[in-house]
Design a protein around this ligand. Sequence first.
Ligand code: HEM
Ligand SMILES: *[C@@H]1O[C@H](CO)[C@@H](O)[C@H](O)[C@H]1NC(C)=O
Ligand SMILES: *[C@@H]1O[C@H](CO)[C@@H](O)[C@H](O)[C@H]1NC(C)=O
Ligand SMILES: *[C@@H]1O[C@H](CO)[C@@H](O)[C@H](O)[C@H]1NC(C)=O
Ligand SMILES: *[C@@H]1O[C@H](CO)[C@@H](O)[C@H](O)[C@H]1NC(C)=O
Ligand SMILES: *[C@@H]1O[C@H](CO)[C@@H](O)[C@H](O)[C@H]1NC(C)=O
Ligand SMILES: *[C@@H]1O[C@H](CO)[C@@H](O)[C@H](O)[C@H]1NC(C)=O
Ligand SMILES: *[C@@H]1O[C@H](CO)[C@@H](O)[C@H](O)[C@H]1NC(C)=O
Length: 351
Amino acid sequence: MAASVNFPFLISFLLFSSLLLASTLGASDAPIVNGLSWSFYESKCPKLKSIIRTQLKKVFKKNIGQAAGLLRLHFHDCFVQGCDGSVLLDGSASGPSEQDAPPNLSLRAEAFEIINDLRARVHKRCGRVVSCADITAIAARDAVFLSGGPDYEIPLGRRDGLNFATRNATLANLPAPTSNASVILTSLATKNLDPTDVVSLSGGHTIGISHCTSFANRLYPNQDPVMDKTFAKNLKLTCPTANTDNTTVLDIRSPDKFDNKYYVDLVNRQGLFTSDQDLYSDERTKGIVASFAENQSLFFEKFVNAMLKMGQLSVLTGTQGEIRANCSVRNSDNVSLASVVEEVEEDLLEL
Ligand code: HEM
Ligand SMILES: *[C@@H]1O[C@H](CO)[C@@H](O)[C@H](O)[C@H]1NC(C)=O
Ligand SMILES: *[C@@H]1O[C@H](CO)[C@@H](O)[C@H](O)[C@H]1NC(C)=O
Ligand SMILES: *[C@@H]1O[C@H](CO)[C@@H](O)[C@H](O)[C@H]1NC(C)=O
Ligand SMILES: *[C@@H]1O[C@H](CO)[C@@H](O)[C@H](O)[C@H]1NC(C)=O
Ligand SMILES: *[C@@H]1O[C@H](CO)[C@@H](O)[C@H](O)[C@H]1NC(C)=O
Ligand SMILES: *[C@@H]1O[C@H](CO)[C@@H](O)[C@H](O)[C@H]1NC(C)=O
Ligand SMILES: *[C@@H]1O[C@H](CO)[C@@H](O)[C@H](O)[C@H]1NC(C)=O
């Protein structure tokens, strides 16, 4: 009698557990866009993820700052005409060849080189089957994990766009760091990102650096009364005038570590940009900031969810766009496309 099992109960229990498990692993309320899949390159390029992770481990060992550059690159790609690798094209407003991009757009030159180098490694192994947009997305994911953040899967299958991001489209889609929370919330709502997503994604500022020009509005001509006085005093030493070319870290507590300290900074009024600090003033976001400052697991969970949403903004799939042979130029502009698969070892950068 003791061994009798209630089968209907057992079955519904198993079903329920597997549903729970699926929702934990999926870790997302973000539906997967048609055309993307979790296993996209499983047969075409089974080693894709390990090629990228192995190489980025080496790159970050030399300079962990490159992780921040790669994370921001994916953000700029996705926000301006979708995650289609458009930011990588020569001619893009914050792209590799733009010398006159506003300083607040300054993406690291090395980030573009790292992506091109990863592309060469991946194409050498698998042929031209993996898009620059997917490589950028995977690199951003690895940047998060390899600097201490959560490890997570992302759906793949993005195709590369044919048009670079114009200066106007870029400025219209990337809110300024001088914006208040209202402006940021409104801007990101147009991309279906809710206040929790906004606060989570802003947590990308737990790593990396900024130029003085991006936060000088809080120091000159008048000091922002919200800013912690000692923090402001030190920033003025780094930025003696509004247009000094110096840089400083985005998260003073742990500048190279992907953790929840950025939110602890905000609670202590030591956020760098108006767009950061105002998240702790606006009633719609203040509680979310406080909850992330207290609970890193909660931040990681919501960050992954928001990255999955951001990473699927207006993606090209199927036969749309192309798979670029060189992330900096579209194929029709690349005169030596025929030489694609014969890339030689010497072409691989030692970063
Ligand atoms: C919400 C609106 C956002 C604004 C206004 C903003 C603004 C900025 C600005 C002005 C910089 C510094 C540029 C400079 O002066 O050199 C910066 C850096 C950075 N941003 Fe954002 N950002 C936003 C969202 C994001 C998102 C969604 C992510 C990624 C999830 C992100 C990741 C980064 C990283 C990692 C850096 C450091 C880059 C480096 O060290 O090279 N940002 N951001
Ligand atoms: C870009 O924006 C500026 C100012 O908003 C406008 O004068 C200009 O015509 C725009 N250029 C293009 C190509 O849309
Ligand atoms: C960058 O700074 C310029 C000049 O201060 C400003 O007009 C622009 O809106 C800013 N853009 C972003 C994306 O921060
Ligand atoms: C936020 O900034 C916008 C644009 O500068 C301004 O119109 C609005 O009044 C500001 N909102 C708050 C709450 O400060
Ligand atoms: C910032 O730049 C100024 C010159 O513009 C320089 O005197 C100062 O030492 C720099 N500060 C730091 C911390 O790099
Ligand atoms: C922190 O957040 C995680 C993830 O949502 C949750 O499981 C955990 O209970 C939270 N911890 C506390 C102390 O609230
Ligand atoms: C990719 O294109 C850029 C711009 O045309 C060029 O400078 C670079 O050498 C190309 N890279 C490779 C590996 O062919
Ligand atoms: C075209 O792409 C291939 C592969 O990256 C590269 O070897 C070649 O130099 C590129 N040509 C140009 C003009 O960018």
